[in-house]
Design a protein around this ligand. Structure first.
Ligand SMILES: Cc1cc2nc3c(=O)[nH]c(=O)nc-3n(C[C@H](O)[C@H](O)[C@H](O)COP(=O)(O)OP(=O)(O)OC[C@H]3O[C@@H](n4cnc5c(N)ncnc54)[C@H](O)[C@@H]3O)c2cc1C
Length: 604
């Protein structure tokens, strides 16, 4: 084997977002030598973009809130396909994780009596999101990064992992390259935690950062782990639609939490037209009641703009398709209207939503305190991912753990806003704890040098083909257009089948991808290397989408528009079959305990 730099760890964490950093802190605190690898710079992982807050039933703003309500909300939001054990642990442990973050230095917005302030968000019965204005992710990353560095974790920034390494069935490390110099590095570890985030860059319109090329899901799948719920891709209802250069950038749900309303081009608040039966008793009857809810009136129910994301996104889609959309293909989101209610509305909006104010001012030359925004659905979050044990976060591959957006289970068919940041903290901690335990109980495995050499050889092939090869950017662009059109927010069998016939053609082109120049910060090379992951996972999303013949949560099928009781019994699990192709299996959903059933009943 060539003489690559070798980094030895008890626990290697791949990803430095909220989940990765929280895992690394825990593993390091347990005495395990811990390394973190991240494609981006430390402090720049996608989590930094999170805006609205983290959900935790602390009951600071409404004392009726507690973990039982949070659990029931999460299960209802996920349409009961959630891993109920994860939903239970998440609801129970999130408050402690938020308070711990505060103890480590995070400065949250405050209630008048000095407690952590909590805001309303879609699908949450009570105000539940601990937040820092609309810059919560920044505060979270800043705090975790600071705490982690002082804990002694080692960080390899701007390094990309290309493959996981195995000794027999067990994961024993990873192989990758540093993006700056283009040199290969070998990471030898007793346990590995994947915390690589989502897959949004497989779609054309997305709120996701450049890092979201489905790496963790693909690495785990290739290593023999199972993927779960891959049909459930969340399209957030409110992304910017104009100007074109910023299409897809997120407009936080916090805008609606603060009283923002959705209107079509006729000025109608169309969300009152379609309230799902299972949310009717929790939804306001009138705009006046909805407004009172956003202002903290405990006797009021939430406005329909705060129904779950899947539903709101589909209602927007319906308005646009019916010709009632805004000039640039979205609808209007109006927070400026609150000046009818609040004397200091402009200052209030700027204080509560500072990033949104600046985002629209700078990118769209629009003052949200005076005018409505134009918004539309954007690919936002991946509910599916690596199947893990709910308590330990270990995948089917011994020694391989996963946490955060790249893992599956907690959110079922649809994630509630704010439940990701708390997911990162709760399950990041658990992954770090159990990875450290695994590392203590197992000696270091052997590195298979043939596996390393094969990965290195494959990685440099785009240079051998040179600039005459296929343009990797063009292949990625075509994949994104195709996924958006054929496996997007409204799906039908024949279109998803078309996607499945297109993907092998794109894979053949990706195999011919070529680039010029050298290995130092060569973005063409990075893109060429990302393609395998994006294509493999896109294929799996389409396969799972075809398989689930119903509409549920984020998965909406025009040819099967209803929810099916039969399909409600299963999650879809995908593994790499003996023929090297994805193999799909129906897996019975996690059975509810009597206590869990009681929690759900209490909230009906
Ligand atoms: C604009 C926006 C706002 C949001 N707001 C909220 C919110 O208010 N509340 C909420 O709960 N959720 C929110 N979300 C969702 C939430 O931010 C994400 O789900 C969450 O941050 C994911 O965290 P993570 O730790 O799993 O991954 P990330 O933070 O994305 O971290 C992934 C890490 O993995 C690294 N990585 C990836 N591939 C590789 C590889 N091959 N090799 C090495 N490193 C790799 C990346 O560089 C990065 O360091 C928002 C999302 C967006 C886009």
């Amino acid at each position: 084997m060539a003489d690559y730099p070798v980094h030895e760890y008890d626990v290697l964490v791949i990803g430095a977002g909220g989940a990765g950093l929280r895992a690394a802190i825990e593993s390091s605190a347990a005495g395990a030598k811990t390394g973190v690898v991240t494609k981006s710079l430390l402090g720049k992982a996608h989590t930094v973009m999170a805006e609205g807050g983290m959900a935790a039933a602390m009951g600071n703003v409404d004392e009726r809130d507690n973990w039982r309500v949070h659990f029931a909300d999460t299960m209802r939001g996920g349409q009961y396909l959630n891993n109920c054990r994860m939903a239970e642990l998440h609801a129970q442990e999130a408050p402690a994780r938020v308070k711990e973050l505060e103890a480590w230095g995070a400065i949250f917005d405050r209630t008048k009596d000095g407690r952590i302030l909590q805001r309303n968000f879609g699908g949450h019965r009570y105000p539940r999101l601990a937040h820092v204005g609309d810059r919560t992710g920044l505060e979270m990353i800043r705090t975790l990064q600071d705490h982690g560095i002082h804990q002694g974790i080692e960080v390899h920034a701007e390094h990309t992992i290309l493959t996981l390494l195995k000794d027999g069935g067990r994961c024993v490390g990873a192989f990758g390259y540093d993006r700056e110099k283009g040199r290969f590095h070998l990471f030898h570890a007793k346990a590995v935690v994947l915390a690589t985030g989502g897959i949004g860059r497989a779609f054309q319109v997305t709120s996701n950062s450049w890092e979201y090329t489905a790496d963790g899901q693909a690495l785990a799948y290739q290593a023999g782990a199972a993927l779960l719920d891959m049909e459930f891709v969340q399209f957030h209802p409110t992304g910017m639609v104009w100007p074109p250069s910023v299409k897809g950038i997120l407009v936080t749900e916090g805008v609606r939490g603060e009283g923002g309303v959705l209107r079509n081009k006729e000025g109608k608040r169309f969300m009152f037209d379609d309230i799902p039966e299972n949310y009717r008793s929790q939804t306001a009857d009138t705009p006046e009641e909805g407004w009172r809810y956003t202002q903290g009136d405990k006797s009021a129910r939430r406005p329909p703009e705060l129904l779950t994301r899947d539903h709101v996104a589909r209602c927007i889609n319906r308005e646009v398709r019916a010709g009632r959309g805004s000039p640039h293909g979205g609808v209007f989101l109006d927070i400026a209207w609150i000046k009818e209610k609040l004397p200091n509305a402009a200052e209030h909006i700027k204080k509560k939503l500072p990033s949104m104010y600046h985002q629209f001012k700078q990118l769209a030359d629009l003052d949200i305190t005076q005018e409505p925004m134009e918004i539309g659905p954007t690919t936002h979050y991946m509910m599916g991912g690596v199947q893990v044990d709910g308590d330990t976060q270990m995948s089917a591959v011994p020694g391989l753990f996963a946490a955060g957006e790249c893992a599956a289970g907690l959110h079922g068919a649809n994630r509630l806003g704010g439940n990701s940041l708390s997911d990162l903290l709760v399950f990041g901690k658990r992954a770090g704890e159990y990875a450290a335990k695994f590392a203590k109980e197992n000696s270091a495995g052997k590195i298979n040098s043939a596996e390393v050499e094969a990965a290195a050889k494959r990685a440099v092939e785009p240079f051998e083909r040179g600039a005459a090869g296929e343009n990797p950017f063009a292949v990625q662009h075509e994949l994104q257009e195709m996924m958006q059109k054929l496996v997007g927010i409204v799906r039908v069998e024949n279109e998803m089948q078309d996607a499945l016939s297109e993907i092998p053609k794109l894979q053949a082109r990706a195999a011919r991808a070529g680039i010029g120049g050298n290995r130092e910060y060569n973005t063409g090379w990075h893109t060429a290397l990302d393609l395998d992951n994006l294509l493999a996972i896109s294929e799996i999303v389409a396969i799972a989408g075809i398989e689930r013949k119903e509409s549920r949560g984020a998965h909406f099928r025009d040819d099967y528009p209803d929810k099916s009781a039969e399909w409600g019994k299963y999650n879809l699990k995908i593994t790499k079959g003996p023929d090297g192709k994805p193999s799909v299996e129906r897996m019975p959903v996690c059975p509810l305990t009597d206590e869990m059933k009681k929690c759900i009943e209490e909230q009906k």
